[in-house]
Design a protein around this ligand. Structure first.
Ligand code: KMH
Ligand code: ZN
Length: 276
């Protein structure tokens, strides 16, 4: 595939609406952001939702409503976060799958996460992977550190390929406590992917100021892009991000410069093994 898969992660669980007023937190804000990002070239939306007070939530009813609304208004692949917030219990994170998304994230290990710990025990990872396959939900394996790729190789070896038979990973780089957002770290991950099934693909995102180096490194190494206000709230020094569209537009520009234009949503489904 010569194009670029662009994933937008518009909200996340870490920034507050008070600190980042442009963050989409209501269903209407999320849907209109998703529509505009799709029009610009996004193929996947990675979704965290908020409650009535804009706090992160994994409320099952709200998740179902969100999946339905995104399907009604866009052709984007709907990827729910099973990571949630660092405080979310495992049972609630597993129950995210009940909302029936096209995809869900599946993080490959525990990592220090700023001042917190993002806990992902081996047994929990196996449970998430297995339930996703049973339900035909395609995983995106989230990689916060090099060793997470070793865990993924072990998971696939012991528990088989995911739904869709295609393995796609997302390198989340530059989290304080995880791997740095550098070209060197990306190349190390790229090399470690040789131990994964042939045809494995990857996206990458750089948190904060590592967003641009990681985008450029990923495109250079044949990878794909994730951008959005979950990962980046500063566009350039002293300039807050105005909207997720601004970040998607920049990613599209970089992809076009690399002569790898954005995949359409139909191409993105074929690429990831997500049923139409
Ligand atoms: N909010 C982080 C603790 C995911 O979406 O799966 C976890 C996260 C990863 O964002
Ligand atoms: Zn996330």
């Amino acid at each position: 595939m010569t194009g670029t898969l662009i994933t937008v992660a518009p909200t996340g669980a870490e920034s507050s609406k008070a600190d980042v007023p442009a963050l989409p937190v209501t269903l209407d804000e999320l849907v209109s952001t998703a529509k505009e990002c799709e029009a610009l070239g996004a193929g996947v939306v990675h979704v965290h939702i908020r409650d009535g007070e804009a706090r992160p939530t994994l409320d099952p009813g709200r998740l179902r409503e969100t999946v339905a609304a995104l399907r009604q208004s866009t052709d984007l692949i709907v990827q729910l976060s099973s990571g949630g917030a660092v405080t979310d219990p495992e049972a609630d994170r597993l129950a995210v799958l009940d909302a029936g998304p096209d995809m869900a994230s599946c993080t490959m290990g525990t990592v220090n996460f700023g001042d917190d710990v993002f806990m992902n025990r081996w047994e929990f990872i196996v449970e998430l992977h297995t339930r996703m396959r049973e339900r035909g939900i395609v995983p995106e394996y989230e990689i916060f550190d090099l060793g997470h790729l070793t865990t993924l190789a072990r998971l696939l070896d012991k528990h088989g390929l995911p739904a869709g038979d295609h393995v796609h990973v997302d390198l989340v780089m530059g989290v304080p406590g995880g791997m740095p957002g550098t070209a060197e770290a990306l190349v190390a991950c790229r090399q470690a992917m040789r131990d994964l099934p042939e045809g494995t693909t990857f996206s990458a995102t750089g948190i904060g100021r590592s967003t641009i180096p990681v985008m450029l490194a990923s495109l250079s190494a044949g990878g794909h892009l994730r951008v959005g206000m979950e990962d980046t709230v500063t566009y350039a020094k002293g300039r807050p991000v105005e909207s997720n569209m601004q970040l998607v537009a920049r990613a599209v520009g970089f992809a076009q410069l690399a002569q790898r234009p954005p995949l359409t949503t139909t191409q993105a489904r074929a690429f990831l093994g997500v049923p139409v």
